[in-house]
Write a protein that binds this ligand. Structure first.
Ligand SMILES: Cc1ncc(COP(=O)(O)O)c(C=O)c1O
Length: 410
């Protein structure tokens, strides 16, 4: 039996390949002791803004910082409701709470796993009311003003932005893209008649450079992109204790700056991102081809014609996820689950009063998804082995279900 192990992610090879350049950045920083701010941060910000086709980029300490600062700068105030999806990493909702907001949810689309714009429409039309005095939208149940929406570009695929932006405009909501998994993803905007980059469509967007991301730092890092210079300037204040100049604090802010060394590393790696994203797309195509004709027990990722995803993750859906994951682990194939619990059911949000059944698509998806190995440099042989093992295990599962059915019919 072929016993080649397949890791979920290979973070080592790329750093080995870029070692000389990365060490050069580190040495340069040691030489000047310029660890905070300075040209490395500014140069990376410029390059990343250009990559995202956005006017401004503000480097910060993490994706969570980026979301929090973007929400505050966009005008979310304590007590406001911010609408997002239940299938995301908890940082999305943590940032909403940390901005003083109350997270609320609309369900996801059952094929793209991103925000279902029809559910958002339904939420705004039926669960909210317009205050005739202030013209503000309020949640009927809580009375809280709904001021922003956070679509999450999950697994490297953008949410369907045209209808979300249209609803946001109609109801006066700010749109903050959670692009933490989607560096370089694109969306075809029918409204604008062109392909748009993640981070260029909302009022602002948040990116994470956590090491496992498509563009990862060698530590923690994140960035906000926006076309709104005033919003960018507020984020610059927020990341640096509200200082407009040293010890002149215009507002109370945070310690949320991007390290100069991380900015230097990111600038080096950004030059390779397009190629790495193309490799991920090629890997996804290989998986799709290798799985073609599988017996219907698995659901493959769905990429609508309006999307060019960057496959941060390649996610299958299968009824008996635990059995598939266990079988793959035994065969030396490492997988992940992103994420096992829809957030409205997380213990942390017990106090919000949601119940099982509130967002059925997200709940069922969370119980069935499995992320397969996906990274640039994943070989075709490795992919063949993954697919062979997945098909072997799901065929066994299918057979044992048929056997059980036959036994109970007899
Ligand atoms: C969808 C999503 N949002 C937010 C974040 C938060 O980013 P960070 O870990 O850099 O704070 C992540 C990162 O894991 C993420 O995947």
């Amino acid at each position: 039996m072929n016993d080649m192990k397949v890791p979920f992610l290979d973070r080592v090879t790329v750093h080995r390949e870029l070692q000389e350049e990365l060490v050069g950045i580190f040495k340069a920083a040691l030489g000047t002791a310029g660890f905070i701010g300075g040209p490395m941060v500014q140069e990376f910000e410029q390059d990343f803004a250009e990559f995202c086709e956005a006017r401004c980029c503000v480097g910060v300490g993490s994706g969570t910082d980026a979301l929090r600062f973007a929400l505050i700068a966009a005008g979310v105030r304590p007590g406001d409701t911010v609408v997002t999806v239940p299938l995301t990493f908890i940082a999305t909702t943590e940032a909403i709470s940390q901005a003083g907001g109350r997270p609320d949810f609309v369900d996801i689309h059952d094929r793209t796993y991103t925000m279902d714009s029809e559910k958002l429409r339904n939420y705004l039309e039926n669960e909210c009311t317009r205050d005739s005095y202030t013209d503000q939208i309020r949640n009927k149940r809580t009375g809280s003003p709904v001021t922003a929406v956070v679509p999450v570009h999950l697994y490297g695929q953008m949410a369907e932005m045209d209808p979300i932006l249209e609803l946001a405009a109609q109801y006066g909501l700010k749109v903050i893209e959670d692009a933490c998994q989607a560096h370089g993803a694109r969306y075809y905007s029918k409204k604008r008649g062109n392909w748009r980059a993640a981070g260029s469509m909302g009022h602002a967007a948040a990116f994470s450079f956590y090491p496992g991301k498509n563009l990862g730092a060698c530590g923690e890092a994140g960035a906000i992109t926006t076309n709104d210079e005033a919003l960018a300037q507020t984020c610059r204040l927020l990341r640096d204790h509200g200082q407009s100049k040293k010890y002149f604090h215009d507002v109370e802010g945070y310690n949320g700056r991007l390290d100069a060394i991380q900015a230097g590393f990111l600038k080096v790696k950004l030059r390779h991102l397009k190629k790495w994203n193309e490799e991920r797309r090629k890997n996804a195509n290989h998986y799709n081809e290798l799985f073609a004709g599988s017996n219907g027990c698995i659901t493959l990722p769905y990429e609508p014609e309006w999307s060019r995803g960057v496959y941060h993750l390649y996610v299958l859906r299968v009824a008996d996820r635990a059995r598939l994951q266990k079988g793959l682990e035994a065969a030396g194939i490492h997988t992940g689950i992103h994420y096992p619990i829809a957030l409205h059911l997380a213990k942390a949000y017990e106090g919000l009063g949601f119940r099982l059944g509130d967002f059925p698509i997200a709940e069922q998806t969370a119980s069935q998804i499995l992320s397969l190995p996906m990274f640039p440099g994943l070989s075709l042989d490795q992919q063949r082995r993954v697919v062979t093992e997945v098909l072997r295990i799901v065929t066994d599962m299918h057979r044992s279900t048929l056997d059980k059915d036959n036994a109970s019919a007899a």
